[in-house]
Design a protein around this ligand. Structure first.
Ligand SMILES: *[C@@H]1O[C@H](CO)[C@@H](O)[C@H](O)[C@H]1NC(C)=O
Ligand SMILES: *[C@@H]1O[C@H](CO)[C@@H](O)[C@H](O)[C@H]1NC(C)=O
Ligand SMILES: *[C@@H]1O[C@H](CO)[C@@H](O)[C@H](O)[C@H]1NC(C)=O
Ligand SMILES: *[C@@H]1O[C@H](CO)[C@@H](O)[C@H](O)[C@H]1NC(C)=O
Ligand SMILES: *[C@@H]1O[C@H](CO)[C@@H](O)[C@H](O)[C@H]1NC(C)=O
Length: 556
């Protein structure tokens, strides 16, 4: 393959991925297949669609994601309801759409079998389910949501810790994009990763063969680096190196679309996967595994309803198999920061099987917003403490232990080309993604390394102290939101205030070394760095110190 075909790198080959115009974050892509991202377009569409959901306006139950057009909730003898049942018609022949016995009961005039999302007290026959996913509120109209329109006065309390207690300081996870060398510039080989700061490095990504269910590399080049990453443990003995499996792009339309669903549904497939994984970990000296399934249950991501229960069984069996190796092995999974996708995860029953959840609290906004009616083409920061707080409340509603939660931090920004150079604040209109960066070359996203260079070349940076984010503007119409030293500190303080057990970074190789150093300066734990490799190598159950395993085959 030529380098030209690999110009997708960063997280997102959005531009090349028609179905998803935008994610990046944990998204990565890679050459013909993947990239993963943890957030993106459809997600957002869906997020807003459901998160806010239905709300009362006047006498109508209205979806927040629909235009404020009462015609959508009006019906006549000839025009039924898009959503709900058409209640009794008045003398002029007009009715109102709604749910429950008043609309779907005796006086109902059309679409009378429509059931509500949840039961506000009408009785089971009027509703698809009694309760809402993730324990969110059921409004008086039978829709699930989290805002006052759904919850009335009920509030969810969040954990509170003294910031100075530094609960998150002990765990700093860095995802490493195995394909970063395929960019034009701004590379970071494993041995260039700043030492002493990360407690965990997660190699991103490995895929799973759709037929054999054995691990397989994203491509030949990426597959040669597994051992180089774990070799860092020679001089950083406290460092843990884990394999991240999946990613956004794995669930894009294509050969891998249903692989996670198929795996979770079939214990024989799981056994083949486990043997491949355990072999890989021994051969390459890995300490743990991170499952990045984006996303179970979500139909727009190739999921199906059975994923909800199957994922729990899969993780339970994976935990058992890892334990059976006889040496401690880590296990985590990534979670989206949106109700829409998170509702496909049975977080309560997954939690006992994992060490921690990595929450992708970035990519909350991007160019895809323009396709979402309630959002539109207005520039908003991709990471924002107000919105992160709302997302984490979905965990607290379910009594997830904050010690098992890592806050996602982005070492990149989401950019826009703005419509009017006279309107460059958050909330102003954009026309498209910002110009691609010199190294990452993808419209709508810039690495921290690239943003630093833009600032050095002359740009205006404005702190939003509430969102905890920096907005940088340059070249008349270019706009990017990102986290610098100041706002990373605000986010770490927030993680500590919420008693979280760690932070995770997407991605190590998007930084020029500045951001991770500044993170450490917030008081985070650093780890030992040896001057040279010890003469006697501790036995890790592997002889992989000579670069054995730096080949691309993960299925042997
Ligand atoms: C209730 O379930 C039916 C069938 O699955 C579905 O078509 C309908 O949209 C659901 N109602 C709501 C409000 O989600
Ligand atoms: C990787 O594997 C492919 C086929 O599996 C092989 O053709 C290629 O030479 C390998 N590359 C390296 C660097 O070992
Ligand atoms: C696996 O090991 C961990 C600790 O190493 C333990 O807490 C957990 O209960 C074990 N799980 C199973 C299923 O054996
Ligand atoms: C942060 O999120 C809040 C709530 O959605 C929003 O009002 C605010 O404008 C956002 N800030 C930025 C800079 O996007
Ligand atoms: C890796 O591949 C090269 C050639 O592709 C081969 O010479 C070497 O022995 C391989 N190493 C291992 C550990 O398989």
């Amino acid at each position: 393959m030529t380098m030209g075909s690999l110009r997708c790198f960063l997280l997102a080959c959005l531009a090349l991925s028609p179905a998803v115009v935008g994610h990046l974050g944990h998204s990565h892509l890679h050459h013909k297949k993947h990239m993963h991202s943890r957030h993106h377009a459809e997600e957002h569409t869906a997020t807003m669609a459901s998160q806010a959901h239905f709300q009362r306006t006047g006498r109508l139950a209205r979806r927040q994601d629909e235009p404020d057009d009462s015609d959508d909730f009006a019906c006549t003898a000839s025009k039924g309801c898009k959503i709900g049942c058409c209640g009794p018609l008045d003398d002029a022949g007009n009715g109102v759409c709604g749910l429950g016995p008043n609309f779907c009961g005796e006086g109902c005039t059309s679409s009378c079998h429509y059931k509500s999302e949840c039961d506000p007290g009408w009785g089971a026959k009027w509703s698809n389910a009694t309760d809402c996913p993730l324990n969110v509120c059921c409004s008086a109209f039978g829709f699930c949501g989290t805002t006052a329109g759904f919850c009335g006065g009920a509030v969810t309390s969040s954990p509170e810790c003294a910031i100075s207690a530094g609960t998150s300081n002990k765990r700093t996870i860095g995802y490493y994009e195995g394909w970063n060398s395929q960019r034009d510039c701004g590379h970071m080989t494993p041995d260039e990763i700043p030492k002493g700061y990360y407690t965990h490095l997660f190699f991103s990504f490995s895929l799973i063969n759709p037929k054999t269910f054995r691990l397989e590399p994203m491509d030949d080049i990426t597959g040669t680096l597994y051992g180089s990453l774990s070799a860092l443990k020679k001089t950083q003995p406290e460092l843990q190196v884990w394999l991240a499996i999946g990613g956004w792009a794995m669930n894009d339309p294509g050969a891998w679309r249903t692989t996670f669903s198929d795996l979770a549904a079939d214990e024989n497939a799981q056994d083949a996967f486990f043997e491949s994984l355990v072999t890989f970990m021994a051969r390459h000296n890995y300490d743990g595994v991170d499952i990045d399934w984006e996303y179970p249950v979500a139909e727009d991501r190739g999921g199906k309803p059975e994923d909800f229960d199957n994922f729990v069984n899969f993780m339970r069996r994976l935990r058992e198999r890892l334990n059976a190796t006889g040496t401690p092995k880590g296990l985590s999974l990534t979670l989206p920061a949106s109700y829409w996708y998170l509702k496909g995860f049975d977080i309560v029953n997954l939690e006992p099987h994992i060490d921690f959840f990595n929450v992708m609290t970035y990519d909350i906004h991007g160019v895809w917003d323009k396709t979402i009616s309630v959002l539109g083409p207005y520039a908003h920061a991709h990471t924002n403490l107000t919105e992160i707080e709302d997302a984490l409340k979905l965990l607290w509603r379910n009594n997830i232990n904050p010690e098992r939660v890592n806050l996602g931090l982005g070492f990149y920004g989401r950019s826009f080309t703005m419509k009017d150079p006279g309107c460059m604040s958050a909330g102003c209109e954009f026309t498209e993604g910002g110009n691609g960066g010199a190294c990452t070359g993808t419209a709508g996203v810039l690495s921290a390394h690239e943003i630093s260079q833009i600032i050095a070349g002359g740009a205006t940076m404005t702190l939003d102290p509430v969102a905890g984010v920096q907005i940088v503007t340059w070249d008349e119409n270019q706009w990017v939101s990102w986290d610098d030293t100041t706002t990373l500190k605000m986010k770490v303080d927030y993680a500590n205030q919420r008693c979280l057990g760690g932070v995770m970074v997407w991605a190590v190789d998007l930084d020029d070394g500045t951001l991770i150093k500044s993170l450490a300066e917030t008081g985070r734990a650093t780890t030992i760095i040896l001057d040279k490799e010890p003469d006697i190598i501790p036995c890790f159950g592997s002889d992989n110190w000579q670069g054995l395993g730096d080949n691309n085959s993960t299925s042997s």
